[in-house]
Write a protein that binds this ligand. Sequence first.
Ligand SMILES: C[S@@+](CC[C@H](N)C(=O)[O-])C[C@H]1O[C@@H](n2cnc3c(N)ncnc32)[C@H](O)[C@@H]1O
Length: 270
Amino acid sequence: MAQSDQGRAVRELFGSDAGAYDARHYGARYRTFISDRQEFVSRLFRDLGLPAGAPVLDVACGPGRFLEEAASLGLAPVGIDASGDMLRVAGTRLGPRARLVMGDAAVLPFESCAFDVVNCSGLIEYIPEPMPLLREVLRVLKPGKQALVSSTNRFSPAYILDPFANAARRSAVVRGVIRLLRLPFDDMSLRERGYRLTFHSPRKLASLMSNAGFEPPQVHYYHLQLLPHPLDRVAPAAATACIRVTDRFLSVRPLRILAEGLVVVARRPA
Ligand SMILES: C[S@@+](CC[C@H](N)C(=O)[O-])C[C@H]1O[C@@H](n2cnc3c(N)ncnc32)[C@H](O)[C@@H]1O
């Protein structure tokens, strides 16, 4: 698929329904991959112990949950996203506590060496050629400061039903039945995928970061879910119960490779 077609399809996906995305992933009583990612990234971020007022950037900030965490720590958050609808939701959440910019993550409209931390969650999967994005993240970081880059792990067993889910999305009949039965899938989830997702392995994500100029990339693992998507949406209470048990296996080093989420923390050389 041509890069421009991919970009257009991703912009379309996130160009509306930002409120539904926010409610689905962050507003539920149950844990999801995305709510766990936000919590895990926030923990890593808090551990960096930045001084009040430090400028931090969230690339592909979506509805602004990371920015909210940064604002609550007294930092000076800036968010960039390609979707005006996502920025509208983020703006309602944060008001004047964050600066929001519409733009493309691969061409960041910021000065070099401007930020004390750059976070980028839930974007790299949608970018087939991630090197320009990672070089931009490096450029806008101050020397010696760190970036947090998250990816879905290509070795996660949570995606084994994806070929069936994608086939279902392509069938108007299946979509009709899902709506008739009032199964818990919103329009965004049922839409046919006109884009390709790329999930990285831990080693690949770390090597991409190294090749972009970061040192030394450290991989963190979270959310070891064995129940495949989209069953977690049909039975969210069971999925949450399951993750409470399986997450404990993350402390067993060889089993980490099955985690659904990866975060690489890496430094711009001083
Ligand atoms: C899965 S959401 C993640 C949002 C947020 N980081 C979170 O964790 O909830 C992906 C976001 O990336 C944004 N996005 C996609 N392509 C982009 C691009 N090229 N530049 C900037 N933002 C982009 C979308 O608009 C969407 O808000």
